[in-house]
Design a protein around this ligand. Structure first.
Ligand code: ASP
Length: 449
């Protein structure tokens, strides 16, 4: 039994919906269909979710909303007309879109979420109606009835663990259930969305809840590429990844899937596959708990810019009990989250994303390092990139770092820091931001070409 989730680009037009229908019809184990709101039909187009944001702003600022309402309703209408669905469905959608602009503006913490969720909610109704028209036994189900209960954190909902028992009851349904992604219901009955792109999370929650055999996530690419296609021309799609590897790649900039979407499926031990709606025969990328092939050492090369390093040096640092704690305390007091900590005997660096800092926070950090920790030298280095070589099978394998460093040196790339966790899932190099692309190319060539 499978849970299938379709992203916005897979649902942007009648042509796309036909492909979706064929994918669902072709395999009768595809019993739960989680959908996004209609996405972009081309690069210049607007996502329905973004149009709803505009609509919300106009409404709350007391501006005229009629054009936005019309645009959104027409977006659905163009699909229902092309699919030749009866008038009832578009009338229902139109009523719902218009009614958003009658909701109370004050004391309404979840107003924004309610506007946003309308994109997926109406799309799920439309898609269920289309499936029924095409002869599938399908039914739209609201997250409240599906049991998706979430915390009361607007735009950042978290699933409540108690939801899973209720979601499991969906197994008692015989028809294909079409479930809107992206939002759940709070205990008080309010609509609350996950963060942007959160339909992936809904799919994962449903898969874990109904204990699916597979969670299929359909997008518009042939799975997850081994390197960024903007840097490597036609990188190959990775056939199999583990959840740990996916987490490492996602951390360093691979954004095919919402990273929070990995958690429910991972905890529920549900394998996942990323597939292409426009090329469904392609096997895509399977995300599993353990590799089936132990010979593949490196699965992907990722890189991400926008890092800074707080570098400190102090003579005899290694003998000073509590130095590390005091340094991290400075960051904690400023509410700064850090990512890596490469060390030498007498030096210690903390690597973090530049968005964690402000000029004032930087001054504070340097002041404390010099005055309180009495370091000999402290600096904050900007414009760094991290490069990650990812592969769980690297563990206990000899020579991966040697191969990588040789390739980097041959391309004249200076490695500023190296770090590898004990799990050996990845090797991280810190390089100057300007050399990031070159480094990724060198590593892709040496490991994959
Ligand atoms: N429609 C929402 C967004 O654009 C959620 C999603 O598509 O997953 O963020």
């Amino acid at each position: 039994m499978k849970v299938v989730k379709f992203g916005g680009s897979s649902l942007a037009s009648a042509t796309q919906l036909e492909k979706v229908f064929n994918i669902v019809k072709e395999d009768e184990t595809r019993q739960y269909v989680v959908v996004s709101a209609p996405g972009k039909r081309n690069a210049e187009d607007t996502k329905v979710t973004d149009a709803l944001i505009k609509y919300y702003k106009e409404y709350t600022n007391g501006k005229d909303t009629s054009q936005s309402q019309e645009w959104i309703i027409n977006r659905y209408r163009s699909i229902t007309e092309e699919l030749d669905l009866n008038e009832e469905i578009i009338e229902e959608i139109a009523r719902d879109i218009i009614s958003l602009a009658t909701l109370p503006k004050s004391d309404n913490t979840f107003l924004y979420d309610t506007f946003l969720a309308a994109g997926e909610n109406n799309n799920a109704k439309l898609i269920a109606a289309y499936f029924v028209k095409k002869g599938l036994e399908a039914k739209y189900i609201h997250p409240k009835d599906a049991g998706i209960f979430v915390t009361s954190e607007p735009c950042n909902a978290r699933i409540l663990p108690s939801s899973y028992d209720k979601i499991e009851e969906l197994r008692n349904h015989n028809e294909i259930l079409v479930i809107p992604g992206f939002f759940g219901i709070t205990k008080e009955g309010q609509v609350c969305t996950f963060s942007r792109g959160g339909s992936d999370i809904t799919g994962s929650i449903i898969a874990a809840g109904v204990k699916a055999d597979l969670y299929e996530n359909f997008t518009d690419v042939d799975g997850i590429f081994a390197a960024h296609p903007g840097i490597i021309k036609h990188p190959h799609s990775i056939p199999e990844l583990t959840y740990k590897e996916m987490r490492e790649l996602a951390y360093a900039g691979f954004s095919v899937l919402h990273d929070e979407a990995l958690v429910p499926a991972y905890r529920g031990k549900i394998p996942m596959v990323i597939k292409n709606t426009n090329n469904p025969k392609h096997p895509g990328t399977k995300i599993v708990l353990n590799h089936t092939n132990e010979n593949v050492k490196v699965v992907g090369i990722a890189g991400d810019s926008g890092f800074v390093s707080i570098n400190t040096t102090k003579y005899l640092m290694n003998r000073e009990v509590g130095f590390g704690r005091k340094l991290l305390q400075i960051l904690e007091d400023l509410n700064i989250s850090w990512d890596h900590m490469p060390t030498g005997i007498d030096d210690l660096s903390v690597i973090l994303r530049s968005k964690e800092l402000t000029p004032i926070k930087e001054q504070e950090i340097l002041k404390h390092l010099i005055q309180d920790l009495q370091v000999d030298y402290a600096e904050i280095e900007h414009d760094l990139s991290i490069i990650m070589i990812v592969g769980e099978n690297m563990k206990n394998q000899i020579g991966v770092t040697a191969t990588a460093t040789k390739a980097l040196s041959e391309n004249n790339i200076n490695i500023q820091m190296i770090s590898q966790g004990s799990s050996e899932v990845s090797i991280m190099f810190v390089v100057n931001q300007e050399q990031e692309k070159q480094a990724i190319k060198a590593l892709y060539n040496v490991f994959f070409n």
